[in-house]
Design a protein around this ligand. Sequence first.
Ligand SMILES: Nc1ncnc2c1ncn2[C@@H]1O[C@H](COP(=O)(O)OP(=O)(O)O)[C@@H](O)[C@H]1O
Ligand SMILES: [Mg+2]
Length: 287
Amino acid sequence: MIDDRYVEISNLVKAYPNPFGEAVKVVDGFNLTIKKGEVIGVIGHSGCGKSTVLTMVAGLNEISDGGIVVAGKEIDGPGPDRAVVFQAPCLLPWMTAYQNVMMGVKQVYPHASKQQRRVIVEYSLSVVGLADAMHKYPRELSGGMQQRVGIARAIALKPKVLLLDEPFGRLDSLTRMELQDVILGILDREKITTMIITHDPDEAIFMCDRICMMTNGPRAKVGQVMTVDFERPRSREEIMETDQFYAYRQRLLQFLDDCEAEKHGGGPIRFDTEEAPTESGVAPAAS
Ligand SMILES: Nc1ncnc2c1ncn2[C@@H]1O[C@H](COP(=O)(O)OP(=O)(O)O)[C@@H](O)[C@H]1O
Ligand SMILES: [Mg+2]
């Protein structure tokens, strides 16, 4: 069934040139299959290659080896079937929220009537809670509201796959929780196949059906995949009252800790800080 292998990432490799011009495999042998409608989280230490994988799925970053198939079709560059939301929404400052969303809609639905397009844009903006702020300019919107426009712009395209790269990374924790709820509501209702990168274990558990844990680079790949067995629609409060939530969180933290230990080669921990050694000649333990 194609729906069971809606997104198929096979033996994906990405090599970037290092400062000496040598190709270094940042990602090497990344394999992941995503079911239709599934929400997959990708978690891993900073710099391991999460964005590299996501931008390759988006078609924005050339694949060095291996392949990615979306809905039965090998991807070759970006397309309207995959919408991306990055940390910062990059809105055009001279356009209102409505016009920013409309721009993409016009490109993706060139044959739709004016009225049809208006309905799509208004619906998308109201889903993210911006019904009353549609005609405001980016400068009149808070960071969280701007990111809501970015999400509206993505879902207005009715993508087959939604790609979110740390979409709440720049927001304060309250706004972050609000936006998690907004996205979760959309995913619960519309069942969009989604890949979301985060380095927050709680966020991953709250939002995802499965969480893919990436090993540290270079040559990063999928280390473990954990299924999150909470029913949808989900409520943060209910999930956080279960023991299972803490078991999932423990497993994620353990994996991340193990990666960190491996990076240090299991030997004595090196300090990247320039802290002076203590009197005993031993650097102080990191807090
Ligand atoms: N365009 C590039 N050229 C060279 N190296 C890159 C480039 N983009 C990312 N890298 C390197 O690849 C590694 C993975 O980066 P990235 O995918 O952004 O990690 P993550 O999103 O997990 O933090 C990092 O070591 C980064 O420095
Ligand atoms: Mg990244």
